[in-house]
Design a protein around this ligand. Structure first.
Ligand SMILES: [Zn+2]
Length: 560
């Protein structure tokens, strides 16, 4: 075939496919793509995503635990794919791997955790049933015997005129606190129903340690945490990983207790838990010292090890702009294997997050196969230890392959349900960036309705790896399906989502099944490809909207 004929028939094909899948109700300028981009993204194949998920969630990978063999095999698999696609290594010194120094801490059987009322007898709590506890100071043994001070939500937020501590000295104390944050519908007060970072357990531990407390006890309540006790138990049992100790203050006892144990504690203190909870909702709340001490002896097995982020780069086509990059992220770790557990003890993590890895790899495949590259470079980062508290991405944020100010945008994938053909997309957080008009235009092109965060109170924005990039100022958000799928009503999608949360999320039953339909994972990959290509081509890097909580970090990073 003559060249001109090839070009012509290709253009007809492209136009046909493109026009079919779009309603031209948005300006053409917003969605202009090089033909090479369109060809490349049309080649994105949901069945290749399935193939990656099938392998990564296989029992042989033993749940891809951080610091476990299965996790390392997953990292090698991803690096091998990057290498097959001809991508440049962007980890440590010419390697795909970026070493992440960590310690694994296992709370030993000798650990004890008791509430001792003044003048009463000690009540020892049962591990996993009543409480979970870790020693963040990375010592083999820590002992505490200290007063318990109830600090409500444990939040000090000057911008909302809120201070649970009221200047009370909590040095050497154990702080008892509620999860979440004061609720209201006022968008100017802790962003209304939307959970802010203040509502996250990470913040509460950090703040307690900054104030000199030796321990913190979080009271679990399903509706307030937005996940059941099993999630707390499974994420806090067995070995738990931390980034190798840095200079920031840490707690000797970082713990959660079951709601029933909290009721017991309140009763032992002669207090009423419901009243304590309602007191905390007032601005006038004042910390209260309970007539109960926590006596805890935390014995830990400590294992230093390295895990890896896997990072690859596709250089951009513009000699100047290629110093900047668009980044894609997805965590490859899950909860691993629990050899001591009877029955199925492998946390395969098929949905969470073999799906995101499959999409990341298919994106890498599509970009590297394109006949022409966008102007900026593209980074692909499969990160470790997300389930341990976003540790791999935190390390990536502290050691980015390209300076934070030169990362135009981060697009993250975490847990993309293989349920069929989506009619909605969730891109929560994108509305806070200067990129939002492009997101809207492309969603319209893909005939995807942007679904507002169904549970803004759950704080999903702070619960996946894009948040680690946002903390260093990079505009970042996750891409996921909504709940409306072709051929079903929204109630069906909601039912599926609830069923997953209750029965499979962070449980060994999050497994691959051949009848899974990866159509939606393919659509999310194509949509993300289009977004990334645009962000890599626009004259300016993306920024946060004025007044956003991450704007200051963006400016500090030297982004223009
Ligand atoms: Zn996940």
């Amino acid at each position: 075939m003559r060249k001109s004929l090839v070009v012509l028939s290709l253009m007809v094909l492209i136009y046909g496919v493109w026009a079919q899948s779009s309603r031209r109700q948005v300006s053409a300028a917003a969605v202009h793509f090089a033909p090479a981009a369109i060809v490349a993204f049309q080649k994105i194949d949901a069945e290749r995503i399935r193939g990656h998920v099938r392998f990564l969630s296989h029992d042989l990978l033993e749940g891809r635990g951080t610091g476990q063999r299965g996790g390392d095999i997953a990292a090698e698999y991803i690096a091998s794919q990057f290498s097959q696609y001809g991508l440049k290594p962007a980890g440590d010194q010419g390697a795909y791997m970026q070493k992440v120094p960590m310690v694994g801490i296992t709370s030993a059987r000798e650990t004890t955790f008791s509430f001792v009322p003044a003048g009463g007898s000690a009540r020892e709590l049962k591990p996993l049933t009543d409480y979970v506890a870790y020693d963040e100071t990375q010592q083999a043994e820590s002992t505490v015997n200290a007063d318990i001070v109830y600090v409500g939500y444990g939040v000090e937020a000057p911008e909302y005129g809120w201070d649970d501590y009221k200047g009370v000295d909590v040095k050497g104390k154990i702080l008892l606190m509620l999860v979440n944050e004061p609720t209201s519908d006022d968008p100017n007060f802790f962003k209304g129903r939307t959970l802010t970072y203040y509502g996250r357990w990470m913040y509460k531990y950090e703040e307690a340690a900054r104030k000199g407390a030796v321990g913190a006890i979080l009271i679990h309540k399903t509706d307030m945490a937005s996940y059941p006790w099993e999630v707390v138990r499974n994420s806090n049992s067995g070995e738990k990983s931390y980034l190798k100790l840095d200079s920031s203050p840490k707690l000797k006892v970082a713990s959660w207790i079951h709601l029933d144990a909290a009721r017991g504690l309140a009763a032992a203190a002669g207090m009423d838990l419901d009243k304590m909870m309602s007191d905390a909702r007032s601005r006038d709340f004042h910390p209260a010292t309970l007539p109960v001490k926590l006596q805890a002896h935390v014995v830990s097995k400590i294992r230093a090890f390295e895990s890896n982020n896997v990072i690859a780069m596709l250089p951009g086509s513009d000699p100047k702009m290629r110093a900047e990059a668009v980044m894609y992220t997805a965590h490859y770790d899950h909860l691993g294997i629990r050899p001591e557990m009877p029955g199925d003890n492998i946390y395969n993590g098929a949905d969470d997050n073999a799906t995101g890895c499959g999409i990341l790899l298919e994106l890498a495949h599509a970009f590297s196969g394109a006949a022409q590259q966008p102007r900026r470079s593209i980074l692909f980062a499969a990160v470790t230890a997300e389930e341990q508290g976003l540790l791999g991405s935190e390390y990536l944020g502290k050691h980015p392959p390209v300076p934070a100010g030169k990362i135009a945008l981060d697009l993250n994938y975490d847990d993309i349900p293989p349920l069929g053909s989506p009619e909605e997309v969730e891109v929560s957080g994108s509305e806070r960036t200067t990129f939002y008009p492009t997101v809207q235009a492309l969603a319209a092109e893909f005939r995807l309705t942007i679904r507002p965060d169904a549970h803004p109170e759950a704080g999903h924005y702070y619960r996946s790896d894009h948040f680690s990039l946002a903390r260093i100022g990079v505009p970042a958000f996750s891409i996921n399906e909504g709940i409306k799928y072709k051929g079903h009503d929204a109630a069906w999608g909601m039912e599926k989502a609830n069923e997953y949360t209750e029965k499979h999320y962070h449980q060994p039953s999050d497994e691959y099944h051949p009848e899974m339909d990866f159509t939606g994972d393919g659509v999310m990959a194509r949509f993300g490809f289009a977004l990334g290509w645009q962000a890599a081509s626009l004259p300016k890097v993306v920024g946060w909207e004025k007044g956003d909580e991450f704007e200051a970090a963006r400016i500090k990073s030297g982004s223009n």
